[in-house]
Ligand binder design. Structure first.
Ligand code: GAL
Length: 810
């Protein structure tokens, strides 16, 4: 009997899978989502006539989106973007594209989706303005149907971008349509844009209840009856829950429909195992499938506690986070999922489990990968409200757009399981005066109207309760404090019963591979506010973690304070990566920031391994600096390590002694009289060797070494391969002070799209076909050009040497 039942159950399951896959295949046709990035024309300047059909773009550039024109320009200290934006050009530009649509799309509803463009856009279709959008970060869509031509007649879409009023940001923004664009064609009856909302009100080991809401839109002039199917599929696309109902909707209207489902024995999403389900929505009209829609679903629960900090799925979890700006180094603001994946992979390997989207909506790819790779997200809406930080910043659009911009962020991201905090602002000026109270309450209400499942926070600088009006509004669920780690100990008494996160920490400075001796003196800049930074003539900063901003700390100081404060949910270090702009404390030619744990090229600085030794599970032993110094010079050798009782250092086989971290030390160091040769460290636990590390004095330059982050590339015009170029001696040791200029050549299915060496004061273009290695290294970024031909990447230039790497195209 039982056996039979099982067989029947199996057949039923197989049928359900078959049916759901079959209908999903059809479903793809029901909703057409097309990449709309190809074949745009672009020209700098103002070209209002471009909206007309007979306009000629003969002298415009042809390009593929995403595109950032600022990164293509030369640095100039007189540009009005100035130091905050890295001295790159801004201005105005127009994009234009012609396209035809199939005749049989006439009955459809067609819209265009922009993931983000910087900024002040106006979009025109066949001469009609679809709308303006001042925000440079929010994603938006326009319905185009009434103005479109079908069949042979061409359509003209023109996009005006105005980034002229400068300065308008405290960091590099880029200019243009720097994120993806899609064309979406659906039947008249369909799921509205960002029209779904999934929550998991109750989760236990045995089951999770899933509440699902859909806004269905009927653009037809008649009332419709439809079948509405919600199914949940697991990570293997196997259906695990399903509900069907019959619904009605009036003509030309929207209507919210809900379904409640249950997932048995749910696989929970967490940062180690980010298990994702999907909710599939299907709409049938008279048995015909007219729309399908996919919503990500991660089943997890979390809480912030005033004493115990953060927990995920009931497990105490410290938030190991970094703040990120949106630029992709040498690519500028151009968004590319492969660039984002590389950044997040580096951070994951460091042990980070969280990202703060500073200080604005980031891309859909970033949100998707945080879901897929297991990062906890603080999603942030604004850097300014009504009061400006720089002259032409987003305060100008506040009155007309704050509500819409905030609502759109919540609607766009509320289904991403990675999002666990909404931040309504960073270091907002209104925290200092009573106008902050009403605005905070209003913004919090806007968020709560759309999502009540995440706490609302704001990154505050003022930590005296009477002086902070955002805090006094009483509308924050989670207090975010930036910097001032010395004050943490006072918080439990000062903010009784409040939940707290260190929303921004550190702001220490380093240049990768540059070491000033000695290392045990911590320098703050400026020593007093307004004083000039007494730095290096070549605009470098030592990479021993011992130079900090006066409002911040070294990495170690902040991390120790957070580690020892259970009531603090975690940290967001400023920043994961160097970013373009904000090169403080130096003036021009410094043009990118020094705050990153990883440099602008994506090459880790040493402090990366301090975090890895604390945050990652794997054993770590990292010693630095390099081993090329003057004879008898005193050199400080640091080691970051974990999982061991002690580390012993040897120079040319002679022990320099064993050292162990005392109390809450995060590194150990030896002061060593330099002699060339081999420096070796051995970490031991209970007398047994855990890890060994050796560094050698490099000899003469002998070779260009090329390492790729992957050896195949898809011929899809988007895929990226990052090549790390190092100058090495004949044994393969990095020559740590090499500064040779390397020329690059790419043939076959790829093109060079960016070069960088991480040096914060370099003025060579990120788009050049050569790059000077800095402290021995640089990177080159290759992008697929769509041809199915193996790529030969050649780097040459050092004493007539050259090296080639071949990438297979898939
Ligand atoms: C913070 C600010 C960040 C960045 C940082 C540099 O105060 O929130 O955006 O400017 O300082 O240290």
């Amino acid at each position: 009997m039982i056996k039979h039942k099982n067989i029947f159950q199996k057949i039923a399951i197989a049928l359900t899978i078959l049916l759901s896959t079959a209908s999903f295949a059809q479903a793809k046709k029901a909703r057409i989502v097309e990449d709309f990035n190809q074949n745009w024309n672009f020209k700098l300047g103002d070209h209002p006539q471009a909206i007309n059909a007979d306009f000629s773009t003969a002298d415009w550039k042809n390009l593929q989106l995403p595109h950032d024109w600022s990164i293509e320009g030369a640095f100039n200290k007189d540009f009005p973007t100035g130091t905050k934006q890295g001295f790159l050009p801004a201005g105005k530009g127009w994009y234009r594209k012609t396209f035809t649509l199939p005749k049989d799309w006439e009955s459809k509803s067609i819209s265009i989706e922009f993931d983000g463009l910087f900024k002040n856009s106006e979009v025109f279709i066949n001469g009609h303005s679809l709308g303006i959008r001042p925000s440079g970060y929010i994603s938006f869509a326009y319905e185009m149907t009434p103005y479109l031509h079908f069949g042979k007649q061409e359509n003209v879409i023109a996009v005006k971008v105005d980034n002229d009023a400068q300065p308008n940001s405290r960091w590099y923004t880029g200019s243009g349509i720097y994120r993806n664009v899609r064309l979406v064609a659906v039947e008249k009856l369909h799921v509205a844009h960002w029209g779904t909302y999934v929550t998991t009100p109750k989760i236990s080991k045995e089951k999770a209840s899933v509440h699902f809401e859909v806004t269905v839109e009927n653009k037809a002039n008649t009332e419709k009856e439809f079948k509405f199917v919600t199914s949940i599929v697991d990570a293997k696309n196997k259906e695990v829950a399903n509900v069907v109902s019959t619904e009605k909707i009036g003509a030309n209207t929207n209507s919210k429909k809900t379904h409640n489902l249950e997932v048995k024995n749910p696989n929970l999403w967490d940062t180690q195992n980010p298990y994702l389900y999907k909710v599939l929505t299907k709409i049938y009209e008279n048995k015909k499938l007219v729309d399908t829609y996919e919503t990500p679903l991660g089943i997890r629960f979390f809480s912030f506690d005033a004493e115990k900090g953060f927990s995920l799925n009931g497990k105490p979890t410290k938030i190991y986070g970094v703040c990120l700006h949106h630029d992709n180094g040498a690519l500028g603001a151009v968004e590319n999922i492969h660039a984002v994946r590389r950044k997040l992979t580096l951070l994951k390997e460091m042990g980070a489990n969280a990202i703060r989207m500073s200080h604005n909506p980031h891309s859909l790819e970033m949100m998707q990968l945080c879901d897929e790779m297991g990062f906890i997200v603080q999603d942030e809406a604004f850097d300014v409200w009504k009061k400006p930080k720089v002259k032409n910043d987003a305060h100008k659009e506040w009155d007309n757009w704050y509500k819409r911009d905030l609502e759109d962020l919540i609607l766009r991201d509320r289904n991403n399981p990675s999002v666990m905090m909404w931040s309504i602002g960073n270091e907002i000026r209104e925290q200092f005066d009573s106008t902050g109270i009403a605005i905070t309450r209003e913004l919090a209400q806007i968020v709560k109207n759309l999502d009540t499942t995440r706490p609302i926070t704001s990154a505050l600088t003022e930590n005296v309760p009477e002086k902070n009006f955002i805090y006094q509004s009483g509308a924050l669920d989670l207090l975010g404090f930036n910097y001032k780690h010395e004050d943490y100990a006072a918080f439990p008494a000062r903010f009784k019963g409040q939940k707290i996160i260190a929303s921004e920490t550190v702001s220490a400075l380093e240049t990768r591979g540059h070491y000033d001796q000695p290392s045990d003196v911590v320098k703050a800049w400026p020593v007093k506010y307004g004083e000039k930074f007494d730095g290096n003539a070549d605009w470098t900063v030592s990479a021993y973690d011992n130079v900090k901003s006066f409002w911040g700390s070294t990495h170690e100081e902040s991390w120790k304070a957070i580690k020892n404060s259970d009531f603090i949910a975690g940290t967001f270090v400023w920043t994961g990566f160097d970013y373009i702009g904000e090169p403080d404390p130096y003036p021009f030619p410094a043009r990118s920031s020094y705050f990153g744990i990883i440099d602008l090229a994506g090459l880790p600085k040493d402090v990366y391994y301090m975090y890895q030794s604390e945050w990652a599970k794997k054993p770590v032993l990292h010693i630095f600096p390099h081993w090329n110094w003057q004879k008898d010079q005193e050199v400080d050798v640091w080691a970051y390590y974990n999982n061991a009782d002690e580390v012993e250092l040897f120079l040319n086989g002679k022990s320099l002694g064993k050292k162990a971290k005392q109390n809450d030390d995060l590194h150990i160091f030896w002061r060593v009289k330099f002699e060339p040769g081999t420096l070796k460290a051995i970490s031991r636990k209970d007398g047994k060797v855990v890890l060994e590390k050796e560094i050698y004095t490099a000899g003469a330059v002998s070779k260009i070494d090329l390492k790729v982050n992957k050896s195949t590339i898809k011929n899809d015009t988007y895929d990226l391969v990052y090549v790390t170029v190092s100058i090495v001696d004949k044994e393969g040791n990095l020559v740590p002070n090499a500064d040779h200029k390397i020329d690059f050549e790419v043939t076959g299915g790829g093109k060079l799209v960016g070069v960088d060496n991480g040096y914060q004061a370099g003025l060579d273009s990120f788009k050049a076909s050569s790059c000077k290695v800095y402290n021995g290294k640089c990177i080159a970024i290759i992008q697929s050009n769509g041809k199915k031909k193996d790529i030969h990447f050649t780097a040459s230039g050092v004493n007539g040497m050259s090296s080639t790497v071949i990438l297979k195209v898939e």
